[in-house]
Write a protein that binds this ligand. Structure first.
Ligand code: HEM
Length: 201
C-alpha cells in the first residue's frame, strides 16, 4: 500500500463514527405510556372480568410458565452479558447487538405473562398480589429504560467501550438496571409460586 493510500485509509477510519448510528427514536415518552398502559389494561381486566373456568386457568398456567421461560430466559442472558460488559469482558457493541435481539423476545414473554395472568384470576385485594403487580410494572419500565440507556450510549460512546473505560455514571446506571431487573423478576416469580402453593395445598 502506498503512503497516499495509507493516509486515505487513516482519514476514512478517523471520519467513521465510533459506533454504528442507530435510527433516532422520535417518541420517547410514548413507549413508556404504552408499557404502563398495557400493564394497567391487564390489571384492570383481571379485576373487572375475573375468568372463572378451571380449563382456561389450566391452559393459562401453562402459557404463563412458557412465557416466563421465554421472557426471563432472555433477561438473564442480557443481564449477565451486561455484568460481563461492566467487568470489561464484552464490548458495548456486543452488548447492544445482543440487547437488540433480546428486546423483542422479552417483550413477547412479558406480553404472554400479562395476557395469561388475567386468566389466572389474581386476587388483587391481597397485599401479596398487589405487590407482585407493582414488581411487574417495575420490571417492565426498568427494562424499557435500560434498553433506551444502551441505545443512547451506543450513539455517544465508542463501540469498544467496556470495563474501566465506561464512564462512572453509566457504570452505576448499568449496574442498577441489572440489579433492579433481577430483584423484580425473582420477586414476581417467588410470589407466583407462593400463590400457586397456597391455592393448591
Ligand atoms: C413478569 C411477570 C410475571 C412473572 C415472572 C410471573 C411468574 C409466575 C409464576 C412463576 C407463577 C407460579 C406458577 C406455578 O407455580 O406453577 C405465577 C403464578 C401466578 N401468576 Fe404470575 N407472573 C407474572 C405476571 C403475572 C401477572 C401480570 C398476573 C396477573 C395479571 C399474574 C398472575 C398470576 C396468578 C394469579 C398466579 C397463580 C396461579 C395459580 O395458582 O393458579 N402473573 N406467576
Amino acid at each position: 500500500m502506498t503512503s497516499y493510500e495509507l493516509r486515505l485509509q487513516r482519514a476514512a477510519t478517523a471520519a467513521a463514527p465510533a459506533v454504528a448510528p442507530t435510527a433516532p427514536r422520535s417518541r420517547p415518552a410514548t413507549d413508556y405510556a404504552i408499557v404502563a398502559g398495557a400493564w394497567a389494561v391487564a390489571v384492570v381486566t383481571a379485576a373487572v372480568f375475573p375468568l372463572d373456568d378451571p380449563r382456561v386457568a389450566q391452559v393459562a398456567l401453562f402459557v404463563h410458565l412458557v412465557s416466563m421461560a421465554i421472557g426471563f430466559g432472555a433477561v438473564i442472558v442480557i443481564d449477565i452479558y451486561g455484568l460481563l460488559w461492566l467487568a470489561g469482558r464484552r464490548s458495548l457493541a456486543e452488548l447492544v447487538d445482543l440487547d437488540t435481539a433480546a428486546h423483542t423476545v422479552i417483550a413477547i414473554g412479558v406480553g404472554g405473562l400479562l395476557a395469561s395472568g388475567i386468566a389466572l384470576q389474581p386476587e388483587l385485594t391481597t397485599p401479596l398480589a398487589r405487590f407482585k403487580m407493582l414488581l411487574v410494572l417495575v420490571l417492565m419500565l426498568n427494562g424499557l429504560a435500560a434498553q433506551r440507556f444502551l441505545v443512547g450510549m451506543r450513539t455517544t460512546l465508542p463501540a469498544g467501550t467496556s470495563g474501566a473505560s465506561i464512564p462512572w455514571a453509566a457504570f452505576q446506571r448499568g449496574l442498577t438496571a441489572a440489579l433492579v431487573s433481577q430483584a423484580s423478576w425473582w420477586g414476581a416469580i417467588a410470589i407466583g409460586f407462593i400463590t400457586n402453593a397456597a391455592r393448591h395445598s
